[in-house]
Design a binder for this molecule. Structure first.
Ligand code: GLU
Length: 610
């Protein structure tokens, strides 16, 4: 979720690190820092809150000497984007330095244990446990201490470690987060991203899960963190330019971010969805008693966040029977307020700066309601003003239109619904356990769908040949239809509308003719038979039908013009799979017209005006 760069070689490290941080800024930009081991091995660390430019201003051309160093640009997950929380982090003695990308799930217990042993922490980050652990285990062998410390971590990390005890060594390690070793002429790089090292070398070693690379002037040695056995990493050679590398080789950020969704989802669930099916939010500290007292839920959001809110409503009402209202923030903020101390207000905003959602949250607070923010940006205005924030953990999203942040809004909404059901004992624990299992299976299902992306290309191009497209769905597939239609409008500029399938005959059916296709989300659900009847109605009006069905379902074979089969998952989690079809169709509809999907006309990433 952030940018990591490490350097060991014959050149001065600082210019390489600073230049690379600029290239990594798209991965995280709320604070940054570097540390370089000077000639004598003394570490020089410089950090700054804000963009990489703030770090450059702070350094102000000053020469930092040393040929081993590392740099980080942060996308906060634990603790605000402040100077204190910027990486690198170090131990009490100031010898061991760490930069980290990811989330250490068990940081709270490790921190408590280390504090009990006398370690003093200077930041709120999960990362800081690692340098203290290394300090704890260090008995003269840095590699052994690092390996022991890494073995204690659960969650996701790509880390780089350097120490004044071993001025010729740089250690990289990864688990559930990317890290590559760049191989130059007698110089080595560690980076979360090929984009950073491409100006220096196009040859890299890809570390495997749970691998650790020890770099020294004689080259890298890669071993397993678990047992120390040596492993042979895969060597890659890329011919990308810097821009292609930033996009991970994808033609656009939208494509890259759609493909990042299985990983983003795993990040949203990590440490929250426990193996016994229970849900805990480390970042939402609320007394279960208070959760039991809420009589109503009020959700506010705009655009895709509003649609994620609709899914939240369905899940909350299904699992805990708490009456839940969902409103577009720009409307709700001017309505007479009906919330109060008995209401849990949930404000959903990717950026945490959406003006209307912010205003709605403030009004709810004025009425005495507890406000929970669901956002992708720690330290955003909404996050700071709300009573609590649950982080989407989707990582930076560069494409203007939401893909992985929408997905994670849905995932976090389901977690919220499960948490409410669990504390209020409104759902059978067995059902919740099965639902948890289903949530965990979604990433695989998404992966399979993404692998079949080529099939979506002609379908997107086909949609783009029409003047207007209707999307329909029922139940959990209705918000999916809304989001899919919005994606199409946003990136392909085609006119699209979404309706609950049962609403079609109350008006929109008048639009149907052979020139108006209907995209029907008809995957397995409690109302599948009803959707099938609605599709019959469409077919009778000669509209071409693109039906999204569960694999193995042949009931629409003669009826639909095109079929997209998606992996079988339970209805409540199906939106997290089905929405990918909507995204891919929109993407390919836009690409077939040669449009810029990352920066669609008239749109902005963060809507800070009313
Ligand atoms: N969890 C770490 C933090 O909040 C790392 C975040 C990142 O990947 O940038 O500092």
């Amino acid at each position: 979720m952030c940018g990591i760069i490490g350097y060991l070689g014959p050149r001065p490290a600082a210019p390489v690190l600073l230049e690379s941080l600029r290239r990594l800024e798209y991965r995280g930009y709320d604070s940054s820092g570097v540390v370089v081991l000077s000639g004598e091995g003394a570490p020089v660390a410089i950090k700054a809150a804000g963009k990489v430019q703030s770090l450059l201003d702070r350094i102000d051309g000053e020469q930092i000497l040393g040929k081993v160093g590392m740099g980080h640009t942060r996308w906060a997950t634990h603790g605000s984007p402040t100077f204190e929380n910027a990486h690198p982090h170090s131990d009490c003695g100031g010898r061991f330095f760490v930069i980290h990308n990811g989330i250490i799930e068990n940081f709270a217990e490790l921190r408590a244990e280390l504090q009990a042993g006398g370690h003093v922490f200077r930041s709120e980050t999960d990362t800081e446990v690692l340098p203290h652990l290394i300090e704890e285990y260090y008995e003269g062998d840095l590699v052994l201490a690092a390996r022991r410390a890494l073995r204690r971590l659960r969650g996701a990390y790509a880390v780089v470690i350097l120490s004044s005890t071993d001025p010729d060594t740089l250690i990289g390690a990864r688990l559930n987060a990317p890290l590559v070793v760049g191989v130059g002429a007698d110089e080595w790089f560690l980076s979360s991203d090929l984009a950073a090292i491409i100006p220096y070398t196009k040859r890299a070693l890809v570390l495997g899960e749970g691998d650790m690379a020890v770099l020294s002037p004689v080259g890298p040695v890669v071993t397993s963190i678990a047992d120390g056995s040596e492993s042979v990493p895969r060597v890659v050679r890329v011919e990308w330019d810097v821009l292609q590398a930033e996009r991970g080789g994808y033609p656009s950020f939208m494509a890259k971010e759609m493909h990042e969704q299985p990983a983003a989802l795993e990040n949203a669930l990590r440490g929250r969805l426990l193996s016994d099916g229970r849900v805990e939010f480390a970042d939402w500290d609320i007394d279960p008693e208070q959760l039991r007292r809420f009589q109503r839920v009020q959700i506010v959001g705009a655009g895709s966040a509003h649609y994620a809110g609709l899914l939240a409503k369905y899940a909350i009402e299904d699992l805990s029977r708490i009456p839940t209202a969902v409103e577009v923030a720009s409307e709700w903020r001017y309505r007479p307020q009906t919330v109060g101390a008995d209401t849990l207000t949930v404000a959903i905003s990717q950026s945490g700066e959406t003006a209307d959602t912010l205003a709605a949250a403030r009004r709810a607070q004025e009425q005495g309601s507890y406000v929970l923010a669901i956002s992708n940006v720690v330290g955003s205005t909404l996050a700071l003003e709300a009573d609590a924030m649950v982080n989407l953990h989707a990582g930076p999203e560069i494409c203007v239109v939401a893909t992985k942040t929408f997905l994670n809004q849905v995932a976090v909404s389901l977690l919220l619904a499960m948490r409410l059901a669990q504390v209020r004992s409104t759902a059978d624990p067995g059902d919740l356990r099965r639902l948890a299992g289903a949530m965990r299976s979604v990433a695989d299902a998404q992966q399979r769908l993404l692998q079949a992306e080529l099939e979506m290309q002609p379908l997107g191009a086909w949609l783009a040949q029409h003047r207007s497209i209707l999307y329909i769905g029922r139940g959990y597939n209705y918000p999916v239809a809304l989001e899919a239609a919005l994606k199409l409008k946003e990136v392909s500029y085609l006119h699209a509308e979404a309706y609950p399938a049962g609403e079609l005959k109350h008006g929109p059916i008048a639009l149907l003719d052979p020139g108006v296709p209907v995209v029907a989300f008809a995957t397995e659900s409690a109302t599948r038979e009803k959707v099938r009847s609605n599709i019959q109605e469409v077919s009778a009006r000669l509209s071409p039908i693109l039906a999204v069905v569960t694999e193995g379902d042949s009931s629409l074979d003669g009826l639909a013009t095109h079929l997209v089969q998606v992996p079988r998952v339970p209805e409540m989690v199906a939106p997290m799979v089905n929405v990918l079809v909507g995204q891919l169709l929109a993407y390919h509809a836009a690409m077939s017209q040669g449009l810029d999907v990352d920066r669609p006309r008239n749109l902005a990433k963060s809507v800070t005006v009313e």
